[in-house]
Ligand binder design. Structure first.
Ligand code: FMN
Length: 402
């Protein structure tokens, strides 16, 4: 019987020691030159020590002029190779693999960072979070080619630095998701219109990376099962993109969903949100899949793997709350991770700072893990808000993500 402790071999022959995957968690622990700090490196050492087989980093930007938030790491060239090497080394110290998650925010780059963010088309963010973002302008054809090249460059640097692979982030409303979405992408050139055109940028990034890296270097894709919004990227389209990437030989597909306007991926207490969709994917493709979102009990993790509902269990918030969750589970000590619903006590204020509350609490805990401090278990959002205000000043209160 397959258990969460059964190794898994990816398409390129890489073997993961178990079925636990630390999903990407933007740590905001880059310094002012967008380099990984010692805190970030120590955090990843703790996760590797905790027994996780595959560790995905928080999103790393491929272009310093297009950042998603305060504290991002950027990988554009080999200038910071030594620090990147130390990061990869720390995360692989216990037989774990580490994939660098590559991202470009597109229009989800906040006002405090981007005067005029870019997107496939000039379609602004709407809804409660619109206030935090300037309207985007449409990318021209040359700029699209340059962005593709930036993803490829970052992957080549990641390989040089000793990362085991990269994950292309095409979920959660960021640039590549914007290309996939008929709402965000109204282009009439070869990067817009039909699904084949809307996915072209992802295919070109994937093929470009594949040409430049060794066979052992893994390439994964994080994709939404759906955007869950009118005119957005649909489930039927998502299945077709996954089939295409499977045919092209991608090593791993991570399934998530939603965006920060419609944050399906940040639910609490609803079980594994995308497990039904995963069954449809498994019928269609051979590529191993990871399902992320909503796992927080030993029973849920065991069942999903034993029943072959997913190949890997992606865990973000639970691995922040319990960094050695796999070790604890192997020793029979883990039953449930507390994934808190954070509140300031005022529903209307919660709504105003909703994009910050859920993230800042976990960012505060990640910094505590990095410095050897205990996790703070609470539903009270004020401590985490204070943490973000101290780090970023008042701009922390503006919506950070679309
Ligand atoms: C603090 C925080 C930061 C996150 N940063 C990223 C990120 O950089 N890239 C990404 O793909 N997802 C990111 N996510 C989403 C998670 O990877 C995951 O999809 C989501 O939290 C649901 O999984 P969970 O229920 O195990 O937490 C982040 C989530 C949190 C809580």
């Amino acid at each position: 019987m397959t258990t969460p402790f059964t190794p898994l071999t990816l398409k390129n022959g890489t073997t993961l020691k178990n079925r636990f995957m630390k999903a990407a968690t933007s740590e905001t622990l880059g310094d002012k030159y967008y380099r990984p700090t010692n805190k970030l490196i120590d955090l990843y050492r703790a996760w590797a020590k905790g027994g996780t087989g595959l560790i995905i980093t928080g999103n790393v930007m491929v272009d310093s002029s297009a950042r998603g938030e305060f504290g991002n790491v950027v990988v554009e060239d080999t200038v910071n190779l030594d620090r990147l090497r130390r990061w990869a080394e720390a995360a692989t110290n216990n037989g774990a693999q580490i994939f660098l998650q590559l991202n470009h925010p597109g229009k989800q780059s906040p006002k405090t960072i981007s005067k005029t963010p870019v997107s496939p088309s000039a379609v602004p963010i709407t809804g409660d979070n619109a206030l935090g973002f300037n309207p985007p302008r449409a990318l021209n054809h040359i700029e699209i080619k340059e962005i593709i090249q930036k993803f490829i460059n970052a992957a080549v640097v990641a390989e040089k630095a000793g990362f085991s692979g990269v994950e292309i982030h095409a979920a959660h409303g960021y640039l590549l998701n914007q290309f996939l979405s008929p709402h965000d992408n109204q282009r009439v050139d070869e990067y817009g219109g039909s699904l084949e055109n809307r996915m072209r940028i992802i295919v070109e990034i994937y093929q470009g990376i594949r040409e430049k890296v060794g066979k052992d270097f893994s390439i994964a894709l994080k994709i939404n099962s759906s955007d869950f919004s009118k005119d957005g990227f649909s489930e039927a389209d998502s299945l077709k993109v996954i089939q295409k990437m499977d045919q092209l030989g991608i090593d791993l597909i991570e399934i998530s969903g939603g965006n920060y306007e419609n944050p399906t991926m940040q639910g609490i207490g609803k079980g594994a949100f995308f497990i039904n969709y995963a069954a449809k994917v498994k019928e269609l493709v051979e590529t191993p899949i990871a399902v992320t979102g909503g796992f927080n009990t030993a029973e849920g993790i065991d069942n999903a793997i034993e029943n072959n509902e997913t190949d890997l269990v992606g865990l973000a918030r639970p691995l922040v709350m319990v960094p050695d969750l796999p070790n604890q589970m192997e020793a029979g000590h883990f039953t449930r991770a507390n994934v808190h619903y954070l509140t300031t006590g005022s529903k209307s204020f919660d709504k105003k700072v909703s994009s910050l509350i859920g993230l800042s609490y976990y960012q505060q805990q990640m910094e505590r893990i990095a410095t050897g401090k205990n996790i703070i278990n609470t539903n009270n959002a004020w401590g985490a808000l204070g943490f973000s205000l101290r780090k970023q000043g008042l701009t922390a209160l503006l919506p950070q993500r679309g």
